[in-house]
Design a protein around this ligand. Structure first.
Ligand code: SAH
Length: 346
């Protein structure tokens, strides 16, 4: 069913205040509604119990509240939860809750499908259908926060934009969502607990730096050799490593925030000393750390996780140069919730 009514959450607080003034009411009413919509997460006007019946009806006449619905929730043996989230137009994205003893992290999607074409990622096989709105990103976080409280007895502690999509190709909505997540009128989370992960869109990395954002940046690097990177991440042809490097130097100069490089080591693709040396050189440009991610097979043959010997060789060489390196084990593999596995299978 399509409705001509406007989605009320597309309005800023000022626009809401103006709406009430135009209706001959007090601007303050807009603040009350805003609070219901965001920090209280109301899904209907009926819930807004401190408004008069007349005001609620007035809202009903003009607006709708689009909201997501968790269609299906799957729980892994390791405690990871994956939500299949239905959007107001029926499209589906996935988000994941990753519990560890010290923190619970929400991994959220920014697009339906993905605009990029990384050869090793299941999401890349879904066509990009559309960008998510800010409220659709925000709602994923709210849903996971609720699940975290319910199943793990504490609120969500961290958020990573590592679900479906390329966040920097939906920049405005991602920033709007983060503003709301960090605002006291939303969830009041610290931006230090939020990480935006990108495949590396230099122009947008510079824009983020200019916008003085206060969250963390991760870059899915996977290779520091153009030829290799273009083979596995074809858009590297358009955004080569030199441009990426330059944008990261710009980012660091402006924000002084260390960058995380995400890196999977594959058999016969990036497992030689030459690959390691190139990564070490790339790491010399700006303060950074490296997360070695376990590969989550998405099917056929070309990509296979490198041997532990090859991975240990990376660790040994990086640590010798005083580069911080962490090994990230996969979580939620049994329910296809691990990195690169989000593909709306169910
Ligand atoms: N487009 C953004 C956000 C997605 S994050 C980005 O690329 O950063 C998803 C992370 O999982 C990225 O680091 C990606 O490179 C990694 N990834 C994708 N497919 C994977 C797979 N099959 N196994 C392990 N990691 C994978």
């Amino acid at each position: 069913m399509t409705s001509k009514k406007k989605d009320i959450r597309a309005l800023t607080k000022d626009q809401l205040r103006n709406f009430f003034v135009d209706q001959g009411d007090k601007a303050f009413r807009g603040n009350q509604v805003y609070e219901w919509l965001w920090s209280k997460g109301a899904h209907s006007f009926k819930e807004m119990t401190n408004l008069s019946k007349q005001t609620r009806e007035q809202l009903q006449q003009h607006f709708i509240i689009n909201h997501i619905r968790v269609d299906q929730m799957q729980r892994s043996k390791d405690g990871t939860i994956k939500n299949a989230v239905r959007l107001h137009d029926g499209l589906i994205v996935e988000s994941v809750l990753i519990p560890t003893p010290k923190r619970t992290t929400a991994c959220v999607s920014s697009q339906v499908g993905c605009s990029l074409d990384c050869k090793f990622c299941a999401t890349a096989r879904l066509k990009r259908m559309r960008n998510l709105n800010a409220d659709e990103i925000y709602d994923q976080v709210v849903a996971i926060d609720k699940e975290s409280r319910l199943y793990h007895n504490h609120p969500l502690s961290n958020i990573v934009f590592m679900g479906m999509g390329e966040p920097l190709m939906n920049y405005n909505n991602v920033i709007k969502a983060i503003d709301m997540i960090t605002s006291n009128e939303g969830l009041g989370m610290s931006p230090k607990r939020i990480t935006v992960s990108t495949s590396g869109v230099p122009k947008m990395i510079k824009k983020m730096a200019d916008d003085s954002v206060r969250f963390n940046l991760a870059v899915s690097l996977h290779s520091a050799i153009d030829e290799v990177r273009t083979h596995i991440m074809p858009f590297n042809q358009t955004f080569p490593l030199k441009d990426l490097q330059e944008s990261l130097e710009y980012w660091y100069k402006k924000t002084e925030r260390r960058i995380t490089y995400e890196y999977v080591v594959w058999n016969g693709i990036n497992d030689t000393q030459k690959d390691i040396d190139a990564l070490i050189k790339f790491c010399s440009y700006v303060p950074c750390k490296v997360n070695l991610i376990e590969y989550n097979p998405i099917d056929d043959g070309e990509f296979q996780q490198a041997s532990s010997q090859a991975i240990n060789n990376y660790i040994y060489n990086l640590e010798k140069r005083n580069i911080v390196v962490n090994v990230r084990r996969s979580r939620g593999k049994d329910i296809d919730a691990a990195c690169g596995q989000l593909a709306n299978k169910s």
